[in-house]
Design a protein around this ligand. Structure first.
Ligand code: G16
Length: 544
C-alpha cells in the first residue's frame, strides 16, 4: 500500500460543538477540510495501530465521498480493520453498538443529525470512543487544538471500496468489512424488549402504529424491526427510504417537521401509537392518538415504568437528565429512592455515569432518551420501549401519561428557539443575562420569586473534570425554571434556546395548553433576555 503525506494548511473553525463538527457541505468540500479534521482526530489518539475503526453515516449528501476519503486515511494511519455499514449507512445508536460489540478502538459517525441535508445544507462528523459514546470534551478539545496547527495528512493509494457489497476486502494488513447495518442492532433490541408480546399486540390489532423515518437512516431499521420482525403492516412506516436530502425536509422529529405524522395522529381515526426519528436515528418523538408526549415526560414515564421491560426488571441504578430537561424524572427518582444526576447538554456527559454503573436510563429535552445498552441516545429503542409499555400495561398513550401526572404531578414544559441570530446580538444577550445574576435572587415577579440565578457548571462525579458556562439558570421558589443557552449544533449564526418549566400538582389543572400555562414565564424570559427587543424578532422560529 503506497502511503502519501499531503501538505495542508489549517482551518481555524474546526471546534466541535455539542455533538461533533457540523458545517455546511460546501465548507467540508474545501480542499483538505475533512482530511484535516480526520487527521487531527487520528493525531490526537494513541495506540490504534492494528485496531478496529467503525465507520458509517446517516446517508446524507457527501456521506459516500467522505467515507472513501476516510477509508484511505484510516489505512494510511495504521488501523488494522474497518467495519463499515453497507451503503455507508449506520444509525448513530447502531454504530455505538457495533463499536462495543466488536471491541473497536472507536468510530467515526458522519451526520449532522436533524439538520437538513443536500449540497447547500449540512454535513457533520464526530468521533466515538471505545465505550461506543461520543468523545469526551478533553478529546474534542484536543482535536480542535491539533486542527489549528496541522500541516499535513496521510492517505493511502487504494481503489474506492464497493460500499454496497457485504463482505470483507483485504488490502495488505488492512481488512475492510462491509456489514449489514441493521442485523446487530435488531438482535440487541430483541434482547431488551418482549418481542413475543409485541408481535401478539401488533398482530392482533391491539396496537396500531405509524412510524415516520423522515427519509433518514431509521427507514431500513424500522422496516426490519417493526414490519418484518414484529408484524406491523408495511404502510406503518412512512418516508422509509433514506435520501441524501431527506426529501428536502428537516429530519427533525417534532410536530412541526414530522408534519404527516402529526396530521395523522391528531386527525380522525389515528393509530394507537405514532413516532418519528431524526437524520441519524438517535432522537425520537413519541405521540399517541391525539397526544404528544414531551421528551422530558417521556423520560420520566420510562423511568417510572422501566421494571415492566424485560431488560430492566431489576429496576434502575439511577437516572440522569441534561440540565435544561424538565425535573419530571427527578420526581420519579425521589419516589423510587434512586440517584438522579443533572449534566450539561450533550450525550457525551452521560458516558462516565453509564460506564461506572451509576445510571441505567438517561435523557434530554432535545428528543433524546437512552439506556446503558449503548452509549448514544437511541430513537428506535425509545419507540420499542413505548410499544412494550402499551402492550404490557394495556393502556393508551394518553392514559399512561395522565396516570403518570396524577401520581407525580405535571412539569409543564416547552422550549422556544430563536435561530440564526447574529452572533454579536446573541453574545450581547448572554452578557446581559450574566449581568443580572447577582441581583435577581430575592426579586419577585407576580407569582414568581427568584430563588437562584447562576451559570451552570458541572463537575463530573467520575473523573472530576469541570465543564463551565453550560447555560444560565433562573430558578424560582415554586420550582419553576427559565433556562437560556446558546445551541452547540447550529451551523448559521447562533441559536438561542429558552427552556420554560412550571410544576403543576393539581390534577384538575393537568389538561392545560403548555404555552398558556407558561405565558407568564414566557413574558419574564423576554424581560430578562430582551431577545425580541434586541433582534426585532416577534416570535421564536421553533416551539417544542
Ligand atoms: C445533540 C446532542 C444532544 C443535545 C442536542 C442539542 O443531539 O447529542 O446531547 O441535546 O444536540 O444540542 P444543542 O442544544 O447544543 O443544539 P443531536 O441529535 O443533534 O446529535
Amino acid at each position: 500500500m503506497h502511503i502519501e503525506t499531503i501538505t495542508t494548511h489549517p482551518y481555524n473553525d474546526q471546534n466541535p460543538g455539542t455533538s461533533g463538527l457540523r458545517k455546511k457541505v460546501k465548507v467540508f468540500q474545501q480542499p483538505g477540510y475533512l482530511e484535516n479534521f480526520v487527521q487531527a482526530i487520528f493525531d490526537s489518539l494513541d495506540g490504534f495501530t492494528g485496531k478496529t475503526l467503525v465507520l458509517g453515516g446517516d446517508g446524507r449528501y457527501f456521506n459516500r465521498p467522505a467515507i472513501q476519503i476516510i477509508i484511505k486515511m484510516a489505512a494510511a494511519n495504521g488501523f488494522g480493520e474497518l467495519i463499515i455499514g453497507q451503503g455507508g449507512l449506520l444509525s448513530t445508536p447502531a454504530a455505538s453498538h457495533i463499536i462495543r460489540k466488536y471491541n473497536a478502538f472507536g468510530g467515526l459517525i458522519l451526520s449532522a443529525s436533524h439538520n437538513p441535508g443536500g449540497p447547500d445544507e449540512d454535513f457533520g462528523i464526530k468521533y466515538n470512543v471505545s465505550n461506543g459514546g461520543p468523545a469526551p470534551e478533553k478529546d474534542t478539545n484536543a482535536f480542535y487544538q491539533r486542527s489549528l496547527v496541522i500541516d499535513s495528512y496521510k492517505t493511502a493509494h487504494i481503489e474506492d471500496i464497493d460500499l454496497d457489497r457485504i463482505g470483507t476486502h483485504q488490502i495488505d494488513n488492512l481488512s475492510i468489512t462491509i456489514v449489514d447495518p441493521v442485523t446487530d442492532y435488531a438482535e440487541l433490541m430483541q434482547s431488551i424488549f418482549d418481542f413475543n408480546l409485541l408481535k401478539q399486540s401488533i398482530g392482533s390489532g391491539y396496537i396500531t402504529l405509524l412510524f415516520d423515518a423522515m427519509h433518514a437512516i431509521t427507514g431500513p431499521y424500522a422496516k426490519r424491526i417493526l414490519v418484518d420482525m414484529l408484524g406491523a403492516t408495511p404502510d406503518s412506516v412512512i418516508n422509509a427510504e433514506p435520501l441524501e436530502d431527506f426529501g428536502g425536509h428537516h429530519p427533525d422529529p417534532n410536530l412541526a417537521h414530522a408534519q404527516e405524522l402529526a396530521e395523522r395522529m391528531f386527525g380522525s381515526a389515528p393509530p394507537v401509537f405514532g413516532a418519528a426519528s431524526d437524520g441519524d436515528g438517535d432522537r425520537n418523538m413519541i405521540t399517541g392518538s391525539h397526544i404528544f408526549v414531551t421528551p422530558s415526560d417521556s423520560l420520566a414515564i420510562m423511568a417510572a415504568n422501566a421494571h415492566l421491560i424485560p431488560a430492566y426488571t431489576q429496576g434502575l441504578r439511577g437516572v440522569a437528565r441534561s440540565m435544561p430537561t424538565s425535573q419530571a424524572v427527578d420526581r420519579v427518582a425521589a419516589c423510587y429512592n434512586i440517584p438522579c444526576y443533572e449534566t450539561p447538554t450533550g450525550w457525551k456527559f452521560f458516558g462516565n455515569l453509564l460506564d461506572a454503573g451509576k445510571i441505567t436510563l438517561c435523557g434530554e429535552e432535545s428528543f433524546g432518551t437512552g439506556s446503558d445498552h449503548v452509549r448514544e441516545k437511541d430513537g428506535l429503542w425509545a419507540v420499542l420501549f413505548w410499544l412494550n409499555l402499551i402492550a404490557k400495561k394495556r393502556q393508551s398513550v394518553a392514559d399512561i401519561v395522565n396516570e403518570h401526572w396524577q401520581k407525580f404531578g405535571r412539569d409543564i414544559y416547552c422550549r422556544h428557539d430563536y435561530e440564526a441570530v447574529e452572533m454579536d446580538s446573541a453574545n450581547g444577550i448572554v452578557e446581559h443575562l450574566r449581568n443580572q445574576l447577582l441581583t435577581l435572587p430575592g426579586q419577585t415577579f407576580g407569582e414568581y420569586t427568584v430563588k437562584y440565578a447562576d451559570e451552570f457548571s458541572y463537575e463530573d462525579p467520575i473523573d472530576g473534570s469541570i465543564s463551565s458556562n453550560q447555560g444560565i439558570r433562573i430558578g424560582f421558589e415554586n420550582g419553576s425554571r427559565i433556562i437560556f443557552r446558546l445551541s452547540g449544533t447550529g451551523t448559521v449564526g447562533a441559536t438561542l434556546r429558552i427552556y420554560l418549566e412550571r410544576f403543576e400538582a393539581d390534577a384538575s389543572k393537568h389538561d392545560q395548553d403548555a404555552q398558556m400555562a407558561l405565558a407568564e414565564l414566557i413574558n419574564l424570559a423576554e424581560q430578562f433576555c430582551e431577545i425580541k427587543k434586541r433582534t426585532g424578532r416577534t416570535e421564536p422560529n421553533v416551539v417544542t
